[in-house]
Design a protein around this ligand. Structure first.
Ligand SMILES: Nc1ncnc2c1ncn2[C@@H]1O[C@H](COP(=O)(O)OP(=O)(O)OP(=O)(O)O)[C@@H](O)[C@H]1O
Length: 313
């Protein structure tokens, strides 16, 4: 999200009574023809529709200003659509938030890191929806925080100040908060910005394991080359949805060219430049200066090839 700095507490879903583990809700996001604007009245996104279900990691892709954060703010109930409707796990947004079904991992720039709080307390914020109004943690809350920190590999930092951590460590703490919350749906805004390749890979592994648990994750990212590695669905947006669906059929050069226009750099290799024989296949590299996307195919790059992580780092 752009344009505002949030304190840590305001980035946690205002859940009151999260669903107990034995009553897990099947996660889904249904966005039906929404138009959203800010105080100036100009629609930031219009007529946006898509549907996502359980066991999904979906990338949200688009140029700066295309409306990714606006969509997140709408899913988090900070903005209300002028038109259309959002349903989360079949419920209106406010009801889904009250049940703690949605957790949000913010962009680092949005958060006021001077807020003096320990890592363990940040993760405990994810439990607020499970506590009464006095917010006194019980055994179940402490166990959930322990398990969440363990799962993201941050147990040893429990007593550290959040502001002292690296970018990647902060992301992992927010993911732990989402896990402690028990949310079936996790929204991640630029989770790879400012993290090293090892941490990026650790975060992707964690997201895959959460997908295997049945969760739904929507991930906004400019890191195009990583998307085929870990996302099974893609929503491509530029004020409205240009394309959405399975990564293999949606994350194509044609759709990216439409979304990014001249913003992406294209490098095409083919013919004698690439082959010593008459092989007609071409390699295309698309990059907006984060991890490049490599497309390899005979005709219009139908086939996606995962970039060799070693070479692109
Ligand atoms: N607080 C605001 N008030 C008015 N207009 C805004 C506000 N925040 C965003 N916008 C406008 O809404 C549109 C979508 O912006 P948004 O921040 O959702 O894009 P984004 O895809 O998240 O961009 P980025 O990749 O840079 O984070 C832009 O035209 C932007 O100028």
């Amino acid at each position: 999200m752009t344009g505002q700095v949030l304190d840590l507490a305001s980035t946690v879903s205002p859940g009151r009574a999260a669903a107990p583990a034995q009553q897990r809700v099947s996660p889904s996001i249904n966005v039906d023809r929404i138009t959203v604007s800010y105080a100036n009245g100009v629609p930031a996104i219009r007529d946006v529709s898509f549907t996502l279900g359980a066991s999904t990691i979906c990338a949200l892709v688009g140029v700066n200003g295309s409306g990714k954060s606006t969509l997140f703010k709408t899913l988090m109930g900070f903005l209300t659509p002028l038109m259309g409707e959002v349903r989360i796990a079949g419920r209106p947004v406010d009801k889904a938030l009250k049940r703690g079904l949605v957790a949000y991992v913010p962009q680092s720039e949005e958060v006021d890191w001077n807020f003096p709080v320990l890592v363990g307390d940040v993760v405990m914020m994810g439990r607020y929806g499970h506590m009464n109004f006095l917010r006194i943690p019980g055994k179940a809350d402490r166990m959930a925080v322990d398990a969440a920190l363990e799962r993201v590999g941050m147990s040893e930092f429990r007593k550290s100040q959040i502001g002292e951590l690296s970018g990647g460590q902060k992301k992992r703490v927010f993911l732990a908060r989402a896990l402690a919350q028990g949310s079936e749906i996790i929204l991640l805004d630029e989770p790879f910005t400012g993290v090293d390749v090892k941490t990026e890979s650790a975060i992707m592994d964690l997201l895959r394991s959460l997908r295997d648990d049945g969760r739904l994750m929507l991930v906004s990212t400019h890191n195009l080359g990583s998307i085929p590695d870990f996302c099974d669905q893609v929503v491509i947006i530029n004020k409205t949805v240009l394309a959405y669906g399975p990564t293999e059929t949606t994350f194509t050069e044609a759709n990216l060219a439409e979304a990014f226009g001249g913003v992406l750099r294209h490098v095409h290799l083919g013919g004698a430049e690439l082959h010593a024989d008459a092989d007609r296949r071409r390699v295309t590299v698309l990059t907006d200066d984060e991890r490049p996307l490599v497309l390899y195919g005979e005709r219009d790059h139908e086939k996606l090839v995962k970039p060799d992580r070693g070479e692109t780092d």
